[in-house]
Design a protein around this ligand. Structure first.
Ligand SMILES: Cc1cc2nc3c(=O)[nH]c(=O)nc-3n(C[C@H](O)[C@H](O)[C@H](O)COP(=O)(O)OP(=O)(O)OC[C@H]3O[C@@H](n4cnc5c(N)ncnc54)[C@H](O)[C@@H]3O)c2cc1C
Length: 404
């Protein structure tokens, strides 16, 4: 549609998926315009792991070297109870694969620094109407109460779980979002909790409720509360910290859970949300495509959302380059390559719910046993071998955006 030969794309959302998409579009000679609803960038955030699939995409996008690995070298996790008693535990390092561990803000910063400075970013701006014909997409954008309509060759909805692009083009949230029946809250401690080595991981489990303290080499723990609920709507009533205190019950919280909840109460920023997956039969309509959590949110339990967003952005550029004359075959080829992997990530998101939030005393009791077992020379070597070679491990580390 452009009068010049340069194609213009609107990227909705300046999260990791949106930034990666803008980088990739620029790499292939497109002109991306990014709109972000928030008034500024969203940096900082919670603990994330970037697996091989994401690392391969980040390398091609040009920022793999800028994403750190802040893994605590000690790699020791304890499970603790309300009295603060410790037993050997299974930490995030027990999830098979070769991840780099960091904060969400580390990936965001690395990607943002790679985005060419002249890519147009409009903050406080969002789409309110999207209409398309055979040759382009007309998008009405609102900013400060004023609306304008512009035409693009492609619209990429990278606007997260509750995507406006998806709602405008694919239908209401309820048609596509599936609640898993869990709530989470995540934040990063501003200072270490008393008596806890920041280099050690800690987990706290009771049936259907859990707390994780993720360790880093160079900063205080990142905290995750995760609990099961039959009434997701009810969890959004009142203060999040009160819902978490309710979820962990009236019993004495003790020397670790208690201070962690107090720290949440004082935290400047934290995340509190329902755990949901986005499931759509198709990720594009004409020249409008969804990418990242808006399309497939695999949930934090899969630990593949960042990797999938990076891989999706990288592959999108490759397919647009391969099918230069028409975006629609490019989008079909993109989805055909990506979907089988994303489906498996979503399955992992369901399978790993109980790893993050065990639902029975039996599961909880097994963990120290397994943790002790994998420290024994022969059993440990066998378990590590099986984990390294398991299908799930390979799936996380396989370069899903590779194009021959
Ligand atoms: C606690 C937690 C732990 C996690 N751990 C991991 C992990 O270990 N490994 C991993 O890979 N993933 C993990 N994830 C998932 C991962 O963080 C997400 O999948 C990923 O960040 C999603 O990126 P995104 O860019 O697709 O969406 P988002 O980060 O949601 O970004 C969407 C952007 O769009 C903007 N936006 C929204 N609506 C509009 C609109 N109407 N107009 C304009 N802009 C809009 C938003 O403001 C936002 O900036 C975790 C998630 C959580 C919550």
């Amino acid at each position: 549609m452009s009068s010049s030969s340069t194609k213009r794309a609107l990227v909705v959302g300046l999260g990791i998926s949106g930034i990666a998409t803008a980088i990739r579009l620029r790499q292939i000679g497109w002109e991306p315009v990014v709109v972000e609803r928030a008034p500024s960038r969203r940096s900082g955030g919670y603990f994330v792991a970037v697996f091989g699939a994401g690392q391969a995409a980040a390398r091609r996008l040009g920022f793999l070297d800028a994403i750190p690995d802040r893994s605590a070298r000690a790699n020791v996790t304890f499970t603790i109870d309300r009295e603060g008693e410790r037993k050997p535990g299974l930490g995030f390092g027990s999830i098979p694969g070769s991840p780099r561990l960091m904060l969400r803000g580390d990936v965001e910063q690395a990607a943002f620094a790679t985005l060419p400075a002249d890519v147009e970013i409009r903050y406080g701006t969002q789409p309110v109407r999207i209409e398309q014909d055979g040759s382009g997409v007309d998008v009405t954008l609102t900013h400060d109460g004023a609306t304008t309509t512009e035409r693009f060759d492609l619209v990429v909805g990278a606007d997260g779980l509750r995507s406006s692009v998806r709602r405008l083009v694919f239908g209401p949230h309820d048609d596509h979002l599936h609640r898993l029946g869990y709530m989470i809250s995540a934040f990063t401690l501003s200072q270490p909790l008393d008596g806890l080595d920041p280099q050690h991981g800690f987990t706290f489990f009771e049936p259907n409720r859990a707390m994780w303290l993720f360790p880093f080499e160079d900063q205080p723990h990142s905290v995750l509360f995760s609990y099961r609920t039959d009434d997701v709507d009810g969890e959004f009533i009142g203060r999040p910290v009160d819902r978490i205190r309710d979820a962990f019950g009236p019993e004495q919280a003790g020397p670790v859970l208690g201070p962690a909840m107090d720290a949440l109460e004082r935290a400047d920023t934290f995340l509190f949300d329902a755990v949901e997956q986005a499931r759509l039969n198709v990720w594009s309509r004409g020249r409008v495509v969804l990418l990242g959590d808006s399309a497939w949110c695999v949930s934090l339990y899969a630990s593949m959302g960042v990797s999938a967003g990076l891989a999706g952005a990288d592959l999108l550029g490759s397919m647009l380059q391969r099918h230069r004359d028409d975006v629609r075959p490019a989008l079909r080829a993109w989805e055909a390559q990506l979907r089988p992997h994303i489906t498996r990530y979503q399955e992992a998101g369901l399978d790993q719910r109980s790893f993050f939030t065990p639902d029975s005393e039996r599961q909880i009791a097994l963990r120290p046993v397994i943790a002790r077992g994998i420290q024994l020379p022969v059993i440990g070597d066998a378990v590590h071998f099986l984990r390294r070679n398991s299908k799930a491990t390979k799936e996380r580390d396989v370069d899903i955006a590779h194009v021959a």
